[in-house]
Design a protein around this ligand. Structure first.
Ligand code: ADP
Length: 328
């Protein structure tokens, strides 16, 4: 059976982008067809300015939301990255396999580094090296497939390169993973700034739909989405990115095809209304289940404890083998 690994960073509240780009597939497809491991990758939340209490709170919230969205601990392994030492252990060894040049080329490093510098903050070394930690997250489990949104393609490529390089130099140790993406909405854009992706750690929340937003808040955000001054509804990601984004979101929620949906709508207003209602309905059960689960934190802790034990049992022999192979 294929093995799958993926994760979310607890750097903010989970968004519709996280859900459509990744989490929904984990729930509906991946946990049913493969040996699947999903992680709240909390070490990755420390690469930018952070507040310790907030990271702790958001980690628990992310785990609770993943369960609320439908991850089933009987079918998959859900754990916090920092509970499994093998990630950090392997990351160091992989740093000795990667070069600084290939890390400096990473788009997310360039973007986030520039943002931090512009805000007068220093750039943490971990912002440069975190793609190596992500490679360790993936390779420690001899992962075959990594279901992610489009923004993670470059990082999974790095994991592949490091696996191939390590295997060539030190002997067959890692499986070479591949990224898988959803057919629609692999890159959900910010509703206020449709040239940027909807990212949970962006400062402005007006263009971001959070999974825990109340129905009225979702409606308001979608109805105020930036479109353009045209009138005709057409699917053109370059020329009309705001409208294309709404069509992608509606298609992903309703199981349709964005190009075909474009032909159905006469005005932006009706498209927005239908997209808003589709998102509200999609998120309603997740929000309701989250409220139930949040009332029972002991359950979430127990799931994470068991998940970490299972994850450790898979990763430890792989990382031990990597240490031996590299000469330790
Ligand atoms: P974020 O950028 O919101 O901090 P993470 O790095 O935690 O997201 O990513 C969790 C998963 O969600 C990844 O698989 C990522 O590719 C996916 N994802 C994040 N943002 C989007 C988006 N706007 N559209 C589609 N998928 C996304």
């Amino acid at each position: 059976m294929a093995r799958i690994f993926s994760g979310v960073k607890p750097t903010g509240h989970l968004t519709l982008g996280n859900y459509l780009g990744a989490v929904r597939r984990w729930v509906e497809v991946d946990q049913h067809r493969a040996e699947a491991l999903f992680s709240v990758v909390d070490l990755h939340a420390l690469t930018v300015e952070h507040d310790p209490a907030r990271v702790r709170r958001l980690s628990r919230q992310a785990a609770t939301l993943l369960l609320a969205a439908g991850l089933d601990p009987e079918r998959c392994t859900l754990f916090a990255q920092s509970h499994v030492d093998e990630h950090a252990r392997l990351s160091y060894v992989l740093e000795c396999t990667a070069t600084d040049g290939e890390l400096r080329r990473m788009i997310q490093y360039k973007e986030k580094g520039a943002r931090a510098r512009a805000a007068g903050e220093s750039v943490r070394l971990s912002l440069l090296t975190y793609p190596v930690l992500m490679a360790a997250d993936i390779l420690a489990y001899r992962t075959d497939e990594v279901p992610v949104g489009e923004d993670q393609t470059q990082h999974v490529e790095l994991a592949r390169d490091l696996a191939v390089r390590f295997n060539q130099r030190y002997g067959q140790t890692f499986t070479v993973p591949r990224a898988t993406r959803p057919a629609v909405a692999a890159r959900v854009m910010d509703l206020q700034d449709p040239m940027s992706k909807m990212g949970k750690s962006h400062e402005s929340g007006a263009g971001i739909v959070y999974l825990l937003d109340e129905a009225d808040v979702v409606r308001r955000k979608v109805m105020r989405a930036v479109t353009d001054s045209g009138r005709e509804v057409s699917y053109d990601r370059e020329g009309s990115p705001g409208v294309a984004n709404l069509l992608d979101i509606l298609a992903a929620c309703s199981g349709g095809n964005p190009e075909e949906l474009a032909g159905v709508y006469e005005s932006y207003g009706s498209l927005k209304r239908d997209a808003a209602e589709a998102v509200v309905e999609l998120l309603r059960p997740v929000r309701e289940r989250h409220a139930e689960l949040a009332a029972d934190p002991g359950y979430v802790d127990e799931v994470l404890r068991e998940g970490a034990a299972r994850a450790r049992a898979v990763a430890r022999p792989v990382v031990d083998q990597a240490y031996r192979a590299i000469g330790l």
